[in-house]
Design a protein around this ligand. Structure first.
Ligand code: 5GP
Length: 202
């Protein structure tokens, strides 16, 4: 899989390519949140979308920062008004990307990153074919099972649901433009950085 085709031309290297939208997907438990948190420390100029969800907040999650936590009625009204760039149901809850902030960021010249599941990634691909789709994958299936069962944030049934969805998500990896293996959070974040902005960490 490729890691190239950076979009962010350096000054003097010709016209800057259009800032691109990057979708990061990957099975539950692969470490998307940790890798993206690390990525934030590397790239101040990137817009990270904050999704809307009907899921209950986990301990430590802050409304407006990790997610906008809303009830189903509010979510469905936003979707009906066309305010979501994409949305999907995942493990019994609705998740969606507010359209406005992403459009504004791209118009202002900032690359934007969405951390979403695969049905949403497919919708983005249809709506914005220029978007780049990256899948974060675990070093192995056993590693993923270990991380998900050890996380302790979900009930047994929820873990089983997430594992079966994870298997489906990994099976769709070929639909993605690039894969990043999360063996080590820092290395994975650096690889994502190169894909998003063309920059490398010195
Ligand atoms: P979690 O409940 O673990 O925070 O997220 C569950 C799944 O929903 C993850 O795969 C996450 O990437 C995905 N997700 C988070 N926000 C969105 C969104 O706005 N749209 C879609 N389609 N998926 C999302």
């Amino acid at each position: 899989m490729t890691a190239a085709n950076p979009s962010g031309g350096e000054p003097g290297a010709g016209p800057r390519a259009r800032p691109r939208l990057t979708v990061v997907s990957g099975p539950s438990g692969v470490g998307k949140s940790s890798v993206l948190a690390e990525l934030r420390t590397l790239v101040p100029d990137v817009y990270f979308s904050v999704s809307v969800t009907t899921r209950a907040a986990r301990p430590g999650e802050v409304d407006g920062e990790h997610y906008h936590f809303v009830d189903r009625e509010t979510f469905e009204a936003m979707a009906a008004r066309g305010e979501l760039l994409e949305y999907a149901e995942f493990a019994g809850n609705l998740y969606g990307t507010p359209r406005g902030p992403v459009t504004e960021a791209l118009a202002a010249g900032r690359p934007a990153v969405l951390e979403i599941e695969i049905q949403g990634a497919r919708q983005v691909r249809r709506a914005m074919p220029e978007a780049q789709l990256v899948m974060l994958v675990p070093p192995s299936w056993e590693e993923l099972v270990g991380r998900l069962t050890g996380r302790g944030t979900e009930e047994g049934t929820a873990v089983r649901t997430r594992l079966s969805v994870a298997a489906e998500e990994l099976a769709a990896a070929e639909e993605f433009d690039a894969h990043v293996v999360n063996t080590d959070v820092r290395t994975a974040a650096e690889q994502l950085l190169t894909l998003i902005s063309g920059k490398t960490v010195s």
